[in-house]
Design a protein. Structure first.
Length: 460
């Protein structure tokens, strides 16, 4: 018999977990450092920086630190490129004991010059890791010297792993992007209203499995050019030109809202939060952009409505067989950003499924209030969870499926539970209208797999 898992939390975790009840949402403690001893599912600051910058495919990404930090490679987090693939290399200065004692700056400079000479990148990012923060290498000075000699931007990323949460890593990455944006020499776009559409930037879309291509194609069908995707399938030159777009749309709000706010202030580019997951949110993302451009192109809202209507008519019948089998199944969701969790709850409803647990690594107060409004009473909502909590709540709420990422997969499989990767390792795009069909197929395939009848959980 399970104990009531919510009564058995670590004391320091109690404000970050709740069970929804009828009535007004209550405040969940969030955006704090992980509780000591909790073994958080969150990654470190360096990891947060790298996931944001890594998809820039023609840049050099050099991890200044021990080789172990650089183990987080392209092969763990896919980031597809339609051209160059320099980002797939995992370069590191491989700091050793003697470097810790005598300093690693000389090694960094040597590595940077050698790598730039051999790979001819358009820019270089240098990621500081924990040990660099401790020994105090002057990374900025090295980057300045190498940039002046080699004639490309060499940008330090202040991502020492210990200095905050993964969200601080996102901020360090956005600061680095901010140094590139606006350096192409192109004039910015005059503020709306104006006659030309001028295009958008998509912020927080990392093209893990080709989503950026799907989304760009859909916007192109509406008549909206995409100037830059930050950072899925990005190039240094498109990032430098990002200040020429009229608007920003922000998909992964946890990582990129800060950059969107900076670009609004510096370049006069208003932004909207959007999600491309699930049918309603994908449709809304198209309507929102059409509204933004309605002044410059009055026919765009009608084109967006026609496109959404055609896609809904195509996709809804494809979902029906999956829905028949999945009706009444229960899902648990644990993802990086809470905005994605909102979309997943709605997408699961299209498949006849309820959500019994939902949590995120980086949600904010408004995200969690919205989650409470979206979820049925009795749903567990949790911020910055650990494996023990996820395991116990998943069992207590009798979930049939866990949706998560690379760190949640083993939890599901150890419990004998269906799993859908909605993060780093997936190879199939789950965004857009076609992505919803892929999502339904994945969920159906895992939940209805005969393998689960051999699960120890089922026989417990
Ligand atoms: S926590 Fe520090 S040592 Fe560990 S991977 Fe992150 S930067 Fe490297």
């Amino acid at each position: 018999m399970l104990d009531n898992a919510i009564d058995n939390l670590l004391d320091d975790r109690k404000g970050q977990v709740l069970e929804t009840a009828p009535g007004a949402p209550v405040a969940l403690r969030c955006e704090t450092r992980s509780a000591a001893g909790s073994v958080s599912q969150r990654a470190c600051v360096f990891c947060g920086s790298r996931v944001v910058l890594y998809p820039i495919a023609d840049a050099l990404h050099l991890v200044h630190g021990p080789a172990g930090c650089a183990a987080y490679t392209w092969d763990i987090r896919g980031a597809l490129s339609s051209g160059p693939a320099l980002h797939r290399h995992s370069f590191t200065t491989d700091l050793r004991e003697t470097d810790v004692i005598y300093g690693g700056a000389a090694k960094l400079e040597q590595a940077l010059r050698a790598l730039i000479a051999s790979h001819d990148p358009k820019a270089a990012f240098v990621y500081s890791t924990c040990i660099v923060g401790l020994i105090g290498d002057d990374v900025d000075a090295v980057c300045r010297r190498v940039a002046a000699d080699c004639g490309i931007p060499v940008i330090p990323v202040d991502s020492e792993g210990f200095k905050g949460t993964k969200k601080d890593g996102y901020k360090a990455a956005c600061d680095a992007l901010g140094k590139l944006i606006g350096t192409s020499g192109d004039p910015g776009v005059p503020p709306a209203p104006a006659r030309s559409v001028a295009g958008i930037n998509i912020l927080g879309e990392f093209n893990l499995a080709g989503e950026a291509w799907l989304i760009r194609d859909t916007y192109a069908r509406m008549g909206v050019p995409v100037v830059a995707t930050l950072t899925g399938d990005a190039r240094v030159d498109t990032v430098r030109r990002a200040h020429t777009a009229r608007f920003n749309v922000v998909q992964c709000s946890g990582s990129m809202l800060g950059l969107a706010a900076m670009m609004e202030e510096k370049y006069g580019q208003p932004y909207r939060r959007v999600s491309y997951f699930g049918l309603e949110d994908m449709a809304q993302a198209l309507y929102d952009v059409a509204d933004l451009f309605a002044g410059a192109d009055p026919g765009m809202p009608a084109r967006a409505a026609a496109l959404v209507g055609a896609e809904m008519a195509r996709v809804l019948p494809l979902l029906e067989p999956f829905r028949r089998d999945l009706q009444g199944a229960r899902a648990a969701i644990y993802v990086g950003g809470a905005f994605k969790a909102h979309s997943l709850i709605k997408a699961l409803r299209h498949l006849g499924m309820g959500t019994v647990l939902v949590g995120s690594q980086t949600g904010n107060k408004e995200d969690y209030q919205r989650l409470q409004q979206l979820c049925d009473p009795g749903t567990i909502i949790l911020d910055d969870a650990n494996p023990a909590e996820l395991s116990r709540f998943v069992l207590e709420k009798r979930a049939d499926l866990l949706i998560g990422g690379v760190k949640e997969r083993p939890i599901a499989y150890k419990l004998g539970l269906a799993f859908c990767d909605h993060n780093h390792e997936r190879k199939i795009p789950l965004a857009g209208f076609e992505g919803m069909v892929n999502f339904a197929r994945e969920v159906h395939g895992s939940v209805t797999s005969p393998v689960w009848k051999f699960s120890a959980r089922r026989h417990a």
